[in-house]
Write a protein that binds this ligand. Structure first.
Ligand code: ADP
Ligand code: MG
Length: 475
């Protein structure tokens, strides 16, 4: 009987925080095209330097720990993790292992509209290393990245497919962006993962040793890494093509394979010890209260609301939550009382259509939710057609003029007393036609409608005009 195997994945997700300065120095934390521009002596590990903990980074780390439902430590400690590598001038990285920010958490995420749960082992704050760039026959080091605050979220081996792992990461990236803790921009290398992969059988017993693929830096590379390892390990296990050992590998983009870096035999001993230059940092309950209040409604909860309470389509809900500003804009429309489906249509079709033309942000978009309401209200009370609405929307953007202005110009005249006065006057001035109409020339009715339209430049509400004319002529 063939053994049924499934892949098991645990992730170590690193994400660069958005902060003014670095985590232990006053060096600027900012992406720069010029190498070694945003550096301080601390980042360069000059003799005699002392790290000073950036309080803002601590707060953001606690915020993420709180979102991940972690037990947050009362006093956090930092540790030195020793290894030698050119991107690490001190010879050790300041990280947390003894007393990380948070432990034992979980987070819900969705995969094709099914809610799943990832178990979080711990979340800790550390410093990023410098960036190495390997060229043909030289390598360069850019210390701009050295000391950038980095949050590492470690999950339990809780994912059962590449799809689950990617869905989790996508949800996490959105959380980072919604909370503004990080831009989590994968294109700029702000998110990097160590991907741990093994195989288990139907009884959830591991049948292959864990492989750790280091520092994979885009969602598609992470996906490919898992798929490749799954295939490689299955083949090795079932067909004995190679001996499987616990090892560290790296992903090679060119060949779309993973390549051995080192086996457990020469596993590094990091000689951790508590960083003596950073005293234990107290996380007070006041601080935690303040942080919790800063957490906005998160993307998954918004999506559930859009789907279950507003009855939007999955496609619209996904489009709206892709970006917090769009979702905020939509929510603002709903607060103003715009119909939920109508608002979703306008935002996902017309507004995103406009924004995509020049990649602009909805924050700078001329049509605010209040302006959008002016337009949609006018459609709903039949003062304008949807075609006219779209025209007014476009004109308003081009001329930077409130939709209300065009609505006045374009609006149908539905003022009953105004129309009644006008119609009375027209009929009095055309008594002969009235008589002819009453004698059976019914097509003269259209003659009167024409007169009303002529007087109102075509803006009289046609149904109302006909109703009143009927009354007045047959009186
Ligand atoms: P290390 O300290 O060597 O990095 P850990 O035991 O702390 O190892 O685990 C690190 C990561 O490896 C975690 O994300 C964890 O979920 C994952 N992991 C552990 N065992 C397995 C396994 N058998 N298969 C897949 N991932 C695993
Ligand atoms: Mg590890």
């Amino acid at each position: 009987m063939e053994e049924k195997l499934h892949v098991v994945i645990g992730l170590e997700m690193h994400c660069e925080l958005k902060s003014n300065s670095k985590v232990f120095s006053t060096g600027k934390n900012s992406y720069s095209d010029t190498a070694n521009e945003n550096i301080s002596p601390v980042d360069m590990a000059f003799p005699g330097i002392l790290p000073v903990l950036n309080k803002y980074s601590v707060e953001e780390a606690c915020k993420m720990a709180s979102i991940l439902h972690c037990d947050i430590t009362k006093y956090m400690l930092f540790d030195r993790k020793h290894y030698f590598y050119p991107d690490l001038p001190k010879g050790y990285q300041i990280t947390q292992c003894t007393r990380p920010v948070g432990i034992n958490g979980y987070i819900e995420y969705d995969l094709s509209n099914e809610i799943k749960r990832a178990d979080i082992t711990d979340i800790h704050l550390e410093e990023d290393a410098a960036a190495l760039d390997h060229m043909h026959n030289t390598s360069t080091i850019d210390y701009n990245r050295a000391g950038v605050p980095l949050l590492e979220v470690v999950t339990e081996p809780c994912f059962r497919s590449a799809e689950e792992a990617i869905a989790f990461l996508e949800n996490m990236i959105k959380i980072y962006q919604y909370t503004n803790i990080s831009d989590a921009d994968t294109k700029r290398g702000q998110v990097r993962c160590d991907v741990n992969i093994s195989l288990a059988n139907e009884n959830n017993e591991y049948v292959t040793p864990r492989v750790e693929v280091k520092n994979v830096n885009s969602l598609s590379n992470i996906y490919n890494t898992i798929k490749y390892e799954e295939k490689r390990q299955k083949n090795a296990y079932l067909n004995h093509t190679e001996e499987l050992v616990q090892e560290t590998r790296r992903y090679d983009e060119e060949s779309n394979t993973t390549i051995r870096m080192r086996t457990k035999v020469d596993a590094i001993d990091y000689k951790y010890f508590v960083e003596p230059n950073i005293p234990p940092y107290e996380i007070s309950s006041d601080l935690l209260d303040k942080i919790t209040k800063e957490i906005p409604e998160l993307p998954l909860s918004r999506k559930q609301r859009y789907l279950n309470e507003y009855n939007l389509t999955l496609e619209d809900a996904n489009t709206l939550i892709k970006n917090k500003e769009i979702s905020d804009y939509y929510d603002e429309c709903i607060k103003l009382g715009i119909d939920k489906i109508q608002a979703a249509n306008w935002v996902t079709v017309n507004i995103l259509g406009e924004l995509n033309k020049d990649n602009s942000s909805i924050k700078d978009f001329y049509i605010t939710p209040i302006y959008l309401k002016q337009i949609i209200d006018s459609i709903n009370n039949n003062t304008i057609s949807s075609k006219q609405a779209k025209e007014i929307f476009n004109k308003s953007i081009v001329d930077k003029k409130e939709p209300k202005e065009y609505l006045k110009e374009n609006a149908q005249i539905s003022d009953e007393s105004y129309l009644r006065d006008l119609i009375n006057k027209i009929v009095e001035n055309n008594l002969e036609q009235k008589q002819a109409y009453l004698n059976g020339r019914t097509n003269l009715f259209d003659y009167f409608v024409g007169q009303v339209m002529k007087e109102t430049k075509g803006k009289a509400n046609p149904n109302m005009t006909k109703e009143i004319l009927n009354e007045v002529l047959n009186k």
